[in-house]
Design a protein around this ligand. Structure first.
Ligand SMILES: [Zn+2]
Length: 196
């Protein structure tokens, strides 16, 4: 995928995660997701981020090549475990979690556009998904549009489901409160009346 497509997909994935209340909605979260969606391509100086950090991207390209180690799902997974261990699970609901979602979205976005080492270190095979779409081609935009449509449906579903859940929870709380009130009233009736 092109850098622009990765940016759009990464931000859309973070927005969907926000709609599901996995990530706290914030501008920082969106920026972190956008950054995460560009980081895996730091292994090539032709990418948006790699062209700005040429020494790093040249070193990585020489060391492991494009779409290899930085394109493994193990990287965001290991980072998530590290963040949860060091900073607590709550940290994953903030910009750090958004960064990891953006990162993972990049790997998934590269699967139909040539593939990558998604399962490294378990496998050094380039894993690719059908339908194959050349980077920057019309097909890539179709894949992107399809993914965005799916994310829109998921976000809509999440946003519609949450008020229902809240209402359900509110009803439960009201029910418990009514039950307690009834129990107090019954207890009050059973108290011996004071004689005057
Ligand atoms: Zn890539």
């Amino acid at each position: 995928m092109t850098g622009r497509s990765h940016l759009v997909l990464g931000v859309a994935c973070v927005l969907t995660a926000m709609s599901a209340a996995w990530i706290a909605p914030s501008f920082e979260g969106l920026c972190a997701g956008a950054l995460g969606s560009l980081v895996p391509d730091i292994d090539t100086e032709r990418s948006m981020l790699g062209s700005r950090l040429k020494p790093v991207s040249r070193l990585l390209a020489r060391w492991c090549g494009h779409r290899t180690v930085t394109h493994s799902l193990f990287v965001p997974f290991a980072l998530a475990v590290l963040i949860a261990t060091e900073l607590g699970q709550k940290a994953l609901a903030g910009p750090l979690g958004a960064f990891l979602i953006g990162y993972a979205s990049h790997i998934l976005g590269d699967l139909p556009t040539g593939g990558c080492w998604a399962l490294y270190p378990l496998s050094r095979n380039r894993i690719a998904f059908w339908p194959y779409a050349k980077v920057g081609s019309f097909r890539e935009y179709l894949v992107l549009l399809g993914s965005l449509a799916l994310l829109c449906v998921l976000s809509y579903h999440n946003l519609c489901a949450q008020p229902g859940e809240t209402a359900h929870r509110a009803k439960s709380v009201r029910f418990i409160a009514q039950e307690r009130l009834r129990a107090y009233e019954q207890a009050d009736h059973q108290l011996p009346r004071s004689e005057t």
